[in-house]
Write a protein that binds this ligand. Structure first.
Ligand SMILES: *[C@@H]1O[C@H](CO)[C@@H](O)[C@H](O)[C@H]1NC(C)=O
Ligand SMILES: *[C@@H]1O[C@H](CO)[C@@H](O)[C@H](O)[C@H]1NC(C)=O
Ligand SMILES: *[C@@H]1O[C@H](CO)[C@@H](O)[C@H](O)[C@H]1NC(C)=O
Ligand SMILES: *[C@@H]1O[C@H](CO)[C@@H](O)[C@H](O)[C@H]1NC(C)=O
Ligand SMILES: *[C@@H]1O[C@H](CO)[C@@H](O)[C@H](O)[C@H]1NC(C)=O
Length: 542
C-alpha cells in the first residue's frame, strides 16, 4: 500500500506548491486504483481534482498527449527580448505548384513560413502560434489553412483551392513561442488568477468572501459547493459569522497575477501579438477552373480536413450537411415550427438566442426580469408552437453577477430534459475556461457527455448541436487570460471528447478564421447569420 501511495505522491509534485494532475500523475492514479484498496490520498497541494474513473483518466491522458505543444524556449531572467520571434522580420513564401505553374480549383496551395527574431536571425525551434487564411475580398471568399510546425523555426501552411480567380494568402503570428512559455506557466502556476467572490446574507448581516475552483488552504475554513451529481469543484472561504448556506450570488472579482520582469514585452499589439507576416514574393495566386476529371470540390473534405469555406459571404460545408439559407423570419419560423430549442452555455451561444429572438417577431419574451447577461431567457411563439430557451453554464463563469439560484451545470440541465424528435439541445462552453488548468475543462466535458449519452439513450431522436470555440480580439492584457492559444487547446479537447458521438458541430473556429471581419469573442452579425443557417439546416433537414 505504501509504495502505491508514495507513487501517487511522487507524481503529484511537479512545481513549487502547485499541482496539476499531469500525465505521469494520471498513470500513477491508474496504478493506485488497480493496485491499492484505498484511493490516492488527498495531498496538501492546493489545486487537486477528485480522482477520475479508470476510463476517464485514460482518456484524460490521451487528450493531454494530443494537445501537447512543442517545447518553447525557457525564459531565464533577464531574457533577451531581441532573440524572440518577430513577425516583422519573418517571411512566408508561396511554394511552386505541383508539376507546373498553373493552379486549378481542387489543387492544394502550400506556403512556407520562416520565423526570425528581432535581430534578423532565423529561429531554430518551433512552438510559435500561427494562423493562416486564404481569401478573396471581392468574392467574399475565405478558407482556413492548416499550419504544420517543423520544429526548426519554419512552418508550412496548406490550403485547398476552392474558387476560381485570385486567392490571397494571409499569415498571422498570434504569439511568439516565448509568449507561449509565459502563458503555459500562468495556467500551471496560477490556476486561481481569475478572482471570484460571493455575497452571503442572512437577516441584516452580510459578508463577502473569495471563491474559486481551487482555494489555498489558510486558517479560514472553506465551504464546499462542489456539485453532488457532476462532481464539478467549487469552493468559497466560509464567512466569519454566516453559514455556507447563506451564499446568495456569484461574482467576478478581477485578476491577481503580475508578470515577471519584461515578460509583458512579449504581448504587444502591433509588435508581436496578432501581427501579419509579410511574403517574400507575391502573396496571391490565380486559380483556374477545375481540370477535367477533377473530383467535385465539395467532396474534398477528407483531403483538407476542413469543415467549410465562405463564398460570396455564404458558408459552404465541405462534405457535411448542405447549408441552406434562412433569410427572413418566415423562413426561420417555418423551420422551427413545433420545436423546442434549449441553449446552454456562455455568451457566444446567448448571441444565437438573441439572433433568433430578433428574427422571430411574433415570439413573446418571457422572464423579462432575469438579470442582464445571465438570463435565463425564453421566447415562445404561440402560433407556430416554438419555444427557445437560454441559460448560462455554472462556475467558473466569470459574468459580473449571477444569483446562486441561477448557477446550473449543463449536464444537470440536460438530465432534466425529456428530449425527442422536436427537441434541440445547443451548447457552447469554452470562453470562461481558458485561465484554468485544462483538466477542469476535460472533466466538465466528460460530465456533459455523460448527460448527452443519457439523453440520446432515452430519446435517440434528439438533436444535439455544439458550437465550438472561436478566435477572439485580444488586447495585451486579455491575451494573458484568454489567449487564442488557450482557446485552441480547449477547442481540440472539445472536438476529441465528442468525436464519434451523435452530435453535430458548428465550427466557429474556422468560421471566424476564414472570415474577413476582425476576431471578436462575439463574432459579427454576418458570421452569426451563417452559424444560424447551419443550425437551422441541421434542424430542418434532419
Ligand atoms: C525545417 O524542416 C523542414 C521540414 O522537415 C524542412 O523542409 C526545412 O528545410 C527545415 N528548415 C531548416 C532551416 O532547416
Ligand atoms: C467537496 O464535496 C464533494 C461532493 O460532496 C466531495 O466529493 C469532495 O471530496 C469535497 N472536497 C473537499 C476538498 O472536501
Ligand atoms: C438569401 O439571400 C441571399 C443574399 O441576399 C441570396 O443570394 C439567396 O438566394 C437567398 N436565399 C434564399 C433561400 O432566399
Ligand atoms: C422569405 O424567404 C423565403 C425563402 O427564401 C421566400 O420564399 C419568401 O418569399 C421570403 N419572404 C419574404 C417576406 O421575404
Ligand atoms: C489578465 O491577467 C493579467 C495577469 O495575469 C492581469 O493583470 C490582467 O488585468 C487580466 N486582464 C484581463 C482583461 O483579462
Amino acid at each position: 500500500l505504501w509504495t502505491c501511495v508514495s507513487q501517487c505522491r511522487v507524481c503529484k509534485q511537479p512545481v513549487i506548491n502547485v499541482i496539476i494532475l499531469s500525465l505521469t500523475c494520471a498513470t500513477a492514479l491508474d496504478l493506485c486504483s488497480s493496485h491499492c484498496s484505498s484511493p490516492a490520498p488527498h495531498t496538501d497541494n492546493f489545486c487537486t481534482f477528485e480522482p477520475l474513473s479508470l476510463a476517464d483518466a485514460k482518456e484524460e491522458r490521451m487528450l493531454l498527449d494530443s494537445i501537447a505543444w512543442p517545447e518553447t524556449p525557457l525564459l531565464p531572467a533577464p531574457f533577451l527580448f531581441d532573440q524572440t520571434s518577430d513577425p516583422a522580420h519573418s517571411i512566408f513564401t508561396i511554394l511552386p505548384g505541383r508539376g507546373g505553374v498553373d493552379r486549378h480549383v481542387g489543387d492544394q496551395l502550400e506556403v512556407m513560413v520562416q520565423i526570425y527574431d528581432f535581430q534578423g536571425n532565423p529561429k531554430k525551434s518551433g512552438g510559435d502560434v500561427l494562423l493562416a487564411r486564404l481569401h478573396n475580398r471581392a468574392l467574399e471568399a475565405g478558407v482556413a489553412g492548416r499550419v504544420v510546425d517543423h520544429l526548426n523555426g519554419s512552418y508550412s501552411a496548406v490550403f485547398p483551392l476552392l474558387w476560381e480567380g485570385s486567392a490571397h494568402v494571409e499569415v498571422t503570428l498570434v504569439h511568439s513561442s516565448e509568449a507561449v512559455t509565459v502563458l503555459h506557466r500562468l495556467n500551471r502556476e496560477h490556476p486561481e488568477r481569475v478572482l471570484f467572490k460571493s455575497l452571503f446574507r442572512s437577516g441584516s448581516s452580510s459578508e463577502t468572501t473569495s471563491c474559486n475552483v481551487c482555494l489555498r488552504q489558510t486558517n479560514q475554513p472553506q465551504c464546499n459547493y462542489s456539485d453532488l451529481r457532476t462532481g464539478e469543484p467549487w469552493f468559497c472561504y466560509k464567512p466569519k459569522k454566516l453559514s455556507c448556506d447563506d451564499r446568495i450570488n456569484h461574482m467576478r472579482d478581477g485578476f491577481n497575477v503580475r508578470l515577471k520582469d519584461k515578460e509583458e514585452k512579449l504581448f504587444q499589439s502591433k509588435v508581436n501579438l496578432k501581427v501579419f507576416i509579410h511574403s517574400s514574393g507575391p502573396a496571391n495566386v490565380m486559380v483556374l477552373p477545375p481540370m477535367k476529371g477533377q473530383p467535385e470540390v465539395d467532396q474534398g473534405k477528407g483531403k483538407s480536413g476542413l469543415s467549410g469555406y465562405y463564398y460570396q459571404g455564404v458558408w459552404r460545408s465541405l462534405g457535411g450537411t448542405k447549408v441552406h439559407q434562412f433569410n427572413n423570419s418566415s423562413a426561420i419560423s417555418q423551420c422551427l415550427k413545433g420545436k423546442v430549442v434549449h441553449m446552454y452555455g456562455d455568451s457566444t451561444v446567448r448571441q444565437w438566442f438573441e439572433y433568433l429572438d430578433a428574427s422571430l417577431p411574433d415570439a413573446k419574451e418571457i422572464n423579462r426580469n432575469s438579470p442582464k447577461q445571465t438570463g435565463p431567457y425564453m421566447i415562445w411563439d404561440n402560433a407556430k408552437n416554438i419555444l427557445v430557451t437560454y441559460r448560462v453554464h455554472g462556475p467558473p463563469l466569470s459574468f459580473i453577477y449571477v444569483p446562486t439560484s441561477e448557477l446550473r451545470y449543463i449536464a444537470n440541465e440536460i438530465d432534466g430534459l425529456v428530449g425527442g424528435t422536436n427537441t434541440v439541445v445547443v451548447f457552447s462552453v469554452w470562453a470562461h475556461f481558458s485561465p484554468f488548468p485544462i483538466e477542469l475543462y476535460i472533466r466538465r466535458l466528460q460530465s456533459i457527455r455523460r448527460a448527452v449519452i443519457r439523453l440520446l439513450n432515452r430519446a435517440p431522436d434528439t438533436l444535439v448541436v455544439i458550437r465550438t470555440a472561436n478566435l477572439r480580439g485580444l488586447t495585451p492584457s486579455e491575451s494573458l487570460n484568454y489567449s487564442d492559444w488557450y482557446t485552441l487547446q480547449l477547442d481540440k479537447v472539445l472536438r476529441a471528447v465528442f468525436k464519434g458521438f451523435n452530435v453535430r458541430l458548428v465550427d466557429a473556429w474556422e468560421m471566424t478564421l476564414a472570415h474577413h471581419l476582425p476576431h471578436n469573442i462575439h463574432p459579427g452579425r454576418p458570421i452569426v447569420k451563417n452559424m444560424i443557417d447551419i443550425l437551422l439546416s441541421y434542424i430542418c433537414t434532419k
